[in-house]
Design a protein around this ligand. Structure first.
Ligand code: ACO
Length: 447
């Protein structure tokens, strides 16, 4: 994007009102007016810099803690309309992908911008399948973790460790190198995740099985015991694949931003993915589904739901799994996940927490408190119950998020690297600390 130069209109009435793609700002400190171009519904923060009181003034900045109204990049990957409850990857509605695609095909779409041809899909699947093994030394590395180490901590560390095994990954502006690291990362994340899980159980690692699908092999590495050949349950395999599709990308969230930010220093992608995975580890990002489960267990039974809702409305509690910074409508992923929940319960038995969840949802969708605040179920409301029914401990929930999100992180990273407007990410600050003062030796500082 090449913005047109902003113009300054000093001490003059701004041109009569015509429809121009610009914003006129009056600096009341000086009386000067400025016309800033508007492009794609944004003004450029750097265009504010010309707004100065005098020559010595640094120029105006915008202050936006937590980036709630700042676009940090131009992206062509994921579109979200939170008002209408729309989520699309590369233009394709999430509902269609969840119904008709597979995770590997969706990952290809997110990464390369188009749905693959049959030959491209076969080639992609072959390469991902043949990059699932990890170096034996990584196994030794995993063995060093304490028996109760959190699998997310193990995942963050081992994915970072991969960078030491693939020094060629530093060649980030080499397209072939990026392609190779992409295959390795998407192929190996489930293996690292499954090995971390097996380690926490004290069970032997299960090597990847190239005959199985991406989610089928993951289930194999997690759950195989004595059988010679693991046969994943088809309904669970498909449910996991759909959950992977739904979690593959979500534009500029905390971990995608971490990936872009850390990647902007031109570090290798394994180190940047470790940073993104660490961001996902936090309870405000990848950990909310665990909070939903804990809440449902705390409520305990359907007849206690009205009492709990009362406490939520009194501001004592939050209805976890409800509300979203972007979605002010039903999260489109939550609708699909609710359907999958029933499919998984058909195989694994009904999660007793489901009835409590359904009652929470029923009351909340009718209650004025939630309706006026536009609080709807989000992606996390049902995922925890599904994962629990499938036999995962809560510590594995964010890991199950990180595996598919790797595709989104790499796509965001690559888009950032190839964007000529991007540089090392380096925000400004508003400094309100001490002005200059002189050092006082410790013996003169008093108590
Ligand atoms: N339960 C009860 N009240 C809520 C909830 C909730 N879950 N969420 C928001 N509200 C209320 C707020 O108290 C506030 O009320 P007020 O106007 O009377 O003060 C109003 O709704 C607006 O809420 P904000 O906090 O301003 O909304 P924000 O966009 O900052 O927060 C968030 C979004 C963090 C997701 C919030 O809705 C929340 O905490 N939800 C529960 C946690 C959760 O489910 N997180 C998962 C999000 S999905 C994901 O990250 C993958």
């Amino acid at each position: 994007m090449n913005p047109s130069k902003p113009t300054t209109v000093e001490n003059s009435a701004v041109a009569s009102h015509t429809t121009r793609e610009s914003l006129t700002v009056t600096d009341n400190r000086t009386g000067r007016q400025y016309e800033l171009p508007i492009k794609h519904g944004t003004i450029r923060a750097m265009d504010l810099r010309q707004i100065r009181v005098d020559e010595g003034d640094f120029g105006l900045m915008s202050y936006d803690p937590a980036f709630t109204n700042t676009a940090s990049c131009i992206s062509r990957i994921t579109f979200i309309d939170g008002e209408k409850g729309i989520l699309r990857y590369r233009g394709y509605p999430i509902e269609e992908l969840a119904e008709k695609s597979t995770f590997l095909e969706t990952a290809y779409l997110i990464l390369y911008g188009e749905l693959p041809t049959r030959a491209q899909l076969d080639d992609w699947t072959f390469h991902i399948t043949h990059h699932t093994f990890i170096h034996e030394s990584i196994k030794k590395f995993l063995d060093g973790f304490h028996y109760d180490a959190h699998p997310m901590g193990m995942l963050v560390s081992t994915v970072a460790a991969l960078s030491t095994f693939y020094p060629d990954a530093k060649d980030i502006f080499n397209e072939e190198s990026r392609r190779k690291q992409t295959r390795r990362l998407i192929g190996k994340m489930p293996t690292l995740a499954a090995f971390a899980y097996r380690h926490s159980l004290g069970m032997p690692f299960v090597y990847p099985d190239n005959d199985l699908s991406y989610p089928g092999n993951f289930l194999n590495m997690l759950f195989r015991t004595t059988e010679l050949k693991y046969k994943p349950n088809a309904a669970l395999e498909r449910a996991l694949d759909v959950l992977f599709i739904l979690h593959a990308d979500h534009e500029q969230n905390c971990s995608a931003n971490a990936m872009r930010n850390v990647g902007s220093s031109h570090v290798d992608p394994y180190s940047a993915i470790a940073a993104a995975t660490a961001a996902l580890y936090g309870p405000l990002h990848g950990g909310a589904n665990e909070a939903v489960l804990r809440m449902l267990m705390e409520i305990g039974s359907v007849n206690k739901v009205p009492e709990y809702i009362k406490r939520v409305k009194a501001g004592e509690k939050k209805l976890m799994g409800f509300g979203h910074r972007i979605y002010k409508n039903y999260d489109p992923r939550a609708k699909i996940i609710k359907r999958i929940a029933y499919e998984v319960f058909d195989v694994m038995g009904r999660n007793p927490l489901l009835d409590i969840a359904l009652e929470c949802e029923r009351i909340a969708l009718e209650d004025e408190y939630f309706v006026t605040r536009r609080l709807y179920p989000n992606v996390d409301f049902y995922t925890g119950m599904i994962y629990q029914a499938m036999g995962f401990p809560v510590t594995m929930f964010p890991v199950l998020f990180a595996i598919p999100r790797t595709a989104g992180w790499i796509a965001q990273w690559e888009e950032m690297l190839l964007d000529p407007e991007q540089k090392i990410a380096r925000p400004r600050q508003v400094y309100l600390g001490h002005d200059q003062r002189s050092y006082i030796p410790v013996e003169h500082r008093g108590e």
